[in-house]
Each structure stands twice: as structure tokens, then as C-alpha cells.
Design a protein around this ligand. Structure first.
Ligand code: PLP
Length: 380
């Protein structure tokens, strides 16, 4: 792989050591090219809706390929939160049921479940402090009322990897649905829904899938589709009877027999066109290669931070590493601001500095970060 050439697709790397992919992305040129082309066409003649639909279905297929799903299991959303809300509101839950959540979840995988309180559905917290959830700590919480475990494959901070497969295997035998917030793993790591076996996976395009905000995906295992009833419906989610080219519309609630029944198009065609281009790029690289590259940069970063005696909070053992590395610092906000001023883009999360690595980062970026920390230390 020629990672230098690949880096050139990301203009942001010319000016910044950009370590903020867990938050948002710098768009690559091949994505901005298709956006420009789309806008030019829409400006000139309104654009070609047929072409937009073809691209949308291509994107559905490409996303399915990326995570090893079938196209019937993929629906477009606007972001991870919308997918999680679909899960919370459309799974067949009833009064008295319990949802288990990790104490470390992103708030967007919490509010949608708390919102079920008015239906008598309760949330219970799996105590993990800042660590991962495990089958052992889930097992302690299990009773007959537990119907869902919703958790992220990788937490937003400090970037703990949860062992999705073992949690899913444990829940499957007990009739408990598994909902996975995968926004911090799809695009940076290999994710195979068939191997992992979760019921639902949600993600967004605007981080490691290199798309402007407003495109997300929900994967719903096909064995579950009949059990889930959409809350919102529109023509986009209906079957053939909803065609409007014909004289008469037959108004029957003829929902699509796939995940499309959750779509309430018109769609974000522009965003999905960008998304498709980014997916083609990732597929052409191969997610194994992307993950390997990210972990190579992670290893270098970790060794440099360890040399400096910085307190890394993220798990450091080889198999538990992800694209996210968080570290503590006495005046974390101060350091965060200083690094930003030095063009080292990072985020402050839970009072830690979060460094998130993309496939375009190189060792020079890490050296820039280290140099900036050292210069901060000299000044303070
Ligand atoms: C783990 C996790 N879940 C959910 C979100 C929110 O996703 P969205 O804003 O796309 O709904 C984020 C980040 O913003 C996140 O890191």
C-alpha cells in the first residue's frame, strides 16, 4: 500500500496533524469531486433522479459489502442516533422490560432508551467505571425482564473495545436483543456483522466514512425484520403498490419486506452520493489494510507517549487497541487548546485528550503532536 499517495487524497493533512476522526472528518478529494459534480448538474438542469437512485442502491450494496451484510438488511438514516432511536422504538418491547446499558455509553445511546420510560420500559446500568462491558458483568444483571443490551463496539472515550461476539453469543441464548453502536469501529476496523451476529448495528457517515453530516445506516438482521414495526412511514418504505407513475394509487400499508421499510425518503441524495464514493475507496483499500495501518500509527504514538511518561487511559494491550487513544493531563483543557493552536487537531472528552487516528495519519503527525506537547511543557 502506498500510504503517502493515499494521504494526498486528504488535503487536510497538508496543514494539520488531524487526529479528530472520532469526531468528524476532513473530506478527501474524491468525495468533494463527486459533490461538486452533483451540485453542478443540479444547478444546470435539476439533476438526474434516476442517477441518484442508482447511486443510492450502489451505496447500499457497498455498505453491505463493507460489513458483510445483505442489502435487504440495510436502511439509510441520517446518523447513528436516528438508527438507535429506530431500535429503541421499533423493537417489540413492553411495559416492565429492561434495557441494559454500559455506564460509558455515548449520550446518544442513552437518551433514546431513557425515553421509553413513559412506556414503562426501564434502563439499568452495567457498572464498568471506565472499562469495557463483559459477559461476566452483564450476567450479574440478568433477570427475566432484560430484553435488550445496547452498547458500542468501541466507546467514544477512552476507546474501549467491547467483545461484541461474546456478548452477542451470551444474549442470543437468552432471547435478549443486541444493539451495537458501531460508529467508532466501522471505517477504522474490520466489522463483519455475520461473524459478530448482532441484531442491529448503527453508524454514521461523517466520521471514518468520510461523508458530510447527514448520512447514517442501520443494519437489521433479516431474522428480526418481521418483529420490528416502523414508527414513521412514507412511500419510500413501501412496496410496489405505492408507485405514483400510475393512474391510481392503491392505498394499502404494503411495507417493503426488507430494511427499507424504515426509510422515509426523499433521501439525502447528495450525502449518499458522497458516501458511496468513500465506501468504494475503503473497499478498494480493504478494511484489513486500513485497520493494520491505523494500529501501526497507534503503536508508534503509544511508544512516544510512554517515553514521555504521559498517562494513557485507553487499553494498551495489542488486541484491545482501537483508532482512539485517550490520555490524561493535569490541565487537559489548556493542553487541548494549545495543541489546537499548533495545528494538532484533537478533542477533549471526559477530561482527557482524545487522539483519533485515520488511515491518512503518518509518523510525522505523531512527531508533530509530541513536539507540540513538549513545547507546551517547556512553557508551563
Ligand atoms: C459512540 C458514539 N455514538 C454516537 C455518536 C453520535 O453519533 P451521531 O451524532 O452520528 O448520531 C458518537 C459521536 O458523535 C459516538 O462517538
Amino acid at each position: 500500500m502506498n500510504w503517502d499517495k493515499i494521504r494526498d487524497y486528504f488535503p487536510i493533512t497538508k496543514e494539520y496533524a488531524f487526529f479528530d476522526l472520532a469526531n468528524k472528518c476532513g473530506l478527501p478529494t474524491f468525495v468533494t469531486d463527486v459533490i461538486q459534480d452533483y451540485i453542478t448538474k443540479q444547478q444546470a438542469f435539476g439533476g438526474d433522479k434516476q442517477e441518484w437512485f442508482e447511486t443510492l442502491e450502489e451505496a447500499r450494496g457497498n455498505f453491505a459489502k463493507l460489513v458483510n451484510a445483505s442489502i435487504d438488511e440495510i436502511a439509510f438514516t441520517k446518523n447513528t442516533s436516528e438508527g438507535l432511536n429506530i431500535a429503541a422504538n421499533c423493537l417489540p418491547l413492553k411495559k416492565g422490560d429492561t434495557v441494559l446499558l454500559n455506564e460509558n455509553e455515548h449520550p446518544n445511546n442513552v437518551y433514546c432508551w431513557l425515553n421509553l420510560a413513559s412506556r414503562g420500559i426501564n434502563v439499568k446500568w452495567i457498572p464498568t467505571e471506565i472499562g469495557s462491558i463483559t459477559v461476566e458483568n452483564i450476567e450479574k444483571m440478568i433477570d427475566d425482564s432484560v430484553k435488550v443490551v445496547s452498547f458500542s463496539s468501541v466507546t467514544y472515550a477512552p476507546g474501549n473495545k467491547n467483545d461484541v461476539k461474546s456478548i452477542v453469543d451470551f444474549c442470543k441464548g437468552r432471547g435478549i436483543y443486541t444493539v451495537v453502536d458501531a460508529v467508532q469501529s466501522v471505517g477504522t476496523m474490520v466489522v463483519d456483522v455475520k461473524k459478530l451476529g448482532m441484531d442491529i448495528l448503527c453508524t454514521s457517515g461523517h466520521k471514518s466514512l468520510f461523508t458530510p453530516h447527514g448520512v447514517g445506516v442501520i443494519y437489521i438482521n433479516k431474522d428480526l425484520l418481521d418483529d420490528m414495526q416502523p414508527v414513521y412511514v412514507a412511500r419510500a418504505g413501501m412496496g410496489m403498490a405505492a408507485q405514483i407513475e400510475y393512474d391510481k394509487i392503491e392505498y394499502k400499508l404494503d411495507q417493503a419486506d426488507n430494511a427499507r421499510k424504515f426509510e422515509i425518503g426523499n433521501y439525502n441524495y447528495l450525502g449518499i452520493t458522497a458516501f458511496n464514493e468513500a465506501l468504494k475507496f475503503l473497499l478498494s483499500l480493504g478494511m484489513e489494510n486500513v485497520e493494520r495501518r491505523i494500529l501501526e500509527i497507534y503503536a508508534y504514538l503509544l511508544s512516544e507517549l510512554n517515553k514521555m511518561g504521559i498517562e494513557v487511559i485507553s487499553p494498551q494491550a495489542g488486541s484491545s487497541r482501537t483508532a482512539i487513544l485517550c490520555f490524561k493531563y493535569a490541565k487537559a483543557r489548556d493542553l487541548h487548546n494549545y495543541l489546537m493552536n499548533q495545528n494538532v487537531i484533537n478533542t477533549l472528552r471526559r477530561d482527557m485528550i482524545r487522539i483519533s487516528i485515520g488511515l491518512y495519519n503518518n509518523k510525522q503527525d505523531v512527531d508533530d503532536l509530541v513536539l507540540a506537547i513538549k513545547s507546551y511543557q517547556m512553557k508551563n
